[in-house]
Design a protein around this ligand. Structure first.
Ligand SMILES: *[C@@H]1O[C@H](CO)[C@@H](O)[C@H](O)[C@H]1NC(C)=O
Ligand SMILES: *[C@@H]1O[C@H](CO)[C@@H](O)[C@H](O)[C@H]1NC(C)=O
Ligand SMILES: *[C@@H]1O[C@H](CO)[C@@H](O)[C@H](O)[C@H]1NC(C)=O
Length: 381
């Protein structure tokens, strides 16, 4: 079982020690033999059983500013690169979760393509709006730049209605996976007393659970794939390192780094309150995942994938050179690989901390692996 578990695509498996040594590439993963019988329930899904992908989240999921800029006037500062988003983009040749799934079956309905102008939810009050979507690019990528957990209802209003209009998508019968990652803006709002009451751990948990219930009521046969919150605060020490010439908009001056404007918590001395909040958001997510966990015979489940990403391990160019707040394409590509690997890791095999790895490998989907990783469902040895 150990061997099967650690077999990675693109690696010459001379010995298990070499698993970081060669270039990662899903295309070298062997195809799956098509199933002869349909999956018996939600605990029995392989990636090639999932026909529809959706996503909920914020500017990271929207792919905002990931391509960086060449000057402060570069229009790329105003774009969301939806087709390159790590968990839901499917531009040709993009290194993304949907394209990894595409390797095993040709059609992945719902993933977003192309780029469009950024529109942000105004953090003052709830002003995310469905007019922000471009349905022919976004498809089921419901992420909105600036969104917090209390905006998930607006996002779902779009995603659940859009789902009914995608040709060839069978809402009742297709297996679906909706990936949700939210909480970075919530952490950033927590230091501002005008907003802090809306982003407590309890509020966050209630907002995510309300989203889960809405999905359950309108989207049968669905995995809600929740990627946990991480310490956003680490972007400050990473980008403020002395000697760095990166994302400093004016005169190479670190006080002009845009992440300071984008996150009201930056001035907080050790950022401990933000980090503690991220940890308590994750506790809420665990409670929700346990409440809605996959049942034998069931067709709906929430799974929690811990995402203790150590941003301090990032090379600086894994962040966008525009603001050192959003991941760059390099950051997204790495996140795509870990999001893919998360699909196969049972909870007791998840890495405690994710450190950036330029040679990050992707796991093969195998005949035996299933995407719900409770230990019970993990393939026996
Ligand atoms: C995993 O992929 C590698 C190629 O990258 C292949 O050699 C190996 O046989 C695959 N393992 C399984 C169990 O599919
Ligand atoms: C806190 O929020 C208020 C109201 O939205 C805003 O006017 C103010 O600039 C914020 N303060 C900081 C430090 O971001
Ligand atoms: C997140 O922050 C907490 C508190 O500062 C720290 O204990 C933890 O190790 C951090 N997580 C990662 C992945 O760096």
């Amino acid at each position: 079982m150990k061997l099967d578990f650690y077999v990675l695509c693109g690696v010459a498996m001379l010995a298990s020690k070499v698993w970081g040594a060669s270039s990662p590439d899903i295309s070298s993963c062997p195809a799956l033999t098509p199933r002869t019988t349909p999956p018996k329930d939600i605990t029995d899904l392989r990636p090639d059983d999932i026909k529809v992908l959706g996503a909920l989240g914020d500017s990271i999921m929207a792919g905002y500013v990931m391509m960086g800029v060449t000057s402060s006037l570069d229009p790329k500062a105003l774009e969301e690169f939806r087709g390159q988003s790590y968990a839901i983009g499917s531009d040709a040749n993009a290194i993304t979760l949907p394209n990894f799934m595409n390797h095993y079956q040709p059609i992945k309905k719902g993933s977003s393509v192309g780029t469009h102008f950024v529109t942000t939810c105004n953090i003052i009050g709830d002003s995310c709006s469905q007019s922000q979507y471009r349905p022919n690019q976004d498809y089921l990528n419901g992420a909105l730049s600036g969104a917090m957990a209390f905006n998930l209802q607006v996002e779902l209003g779009y995603v659940l209605s859009r789902m009914k209009t995608i040709s060839g998508l069978d809402v009742q019968n297709d297996w679906k996976m909706i990936t949700l990652q939210i909480g970075s803006n919530d952490q950033c709002a927590s230091c501002n007393t005008s907003h802090s009451s809306k982003v407590t751990a309890e509020q966050y948990g209630a907002n995510v659970e309300a989203a889960v219930q809405l999905i359950q009521s309108q989207s049968p046969k669905t995995i809600v794939n929740i990627i946990g919150a991480f310490n956003v605060s680490q972007v400050f020490p990473l980008s403020q390192q002395s000697g760095l010439k990166y994302c400093r908009m004016t005169n190479n001056d670190p006080s002009t780094i845009k992440n300071l404007k984008e996150c009201s918590c930056h001035a907080d001395a050790d950022h401990k309150s933000m980090d503690d909040l991220a940890a308590s958001y994750n506790q809420q997510l665990i409670t929700i995942a346990n409440k809605y966990k996959a049942q034998p015979g069931g067709t709906f489940a929430v799974v929690y994938r811990p995402a203790n990403i150590n941003i301090m391990s990032f090379p600086i160019d894994a962040l966008s050179n525009y603001d050192c707040f959003h991941p760059s394409q390099k950051g997204h590509q790495w996140m795509a690989k870990i999001a893919w690997n998360m699909l196969f890791l049972p909870s007791n095999k998840q890495p405690g901390i994710y450190n950036f790895d330029a040679n990050q490998q992707v796991m093969n989907s195998t005949q035996k692996r299933r995407t719900i990783h409770s230990f019970d469902h993990f393939p026996p040895p």
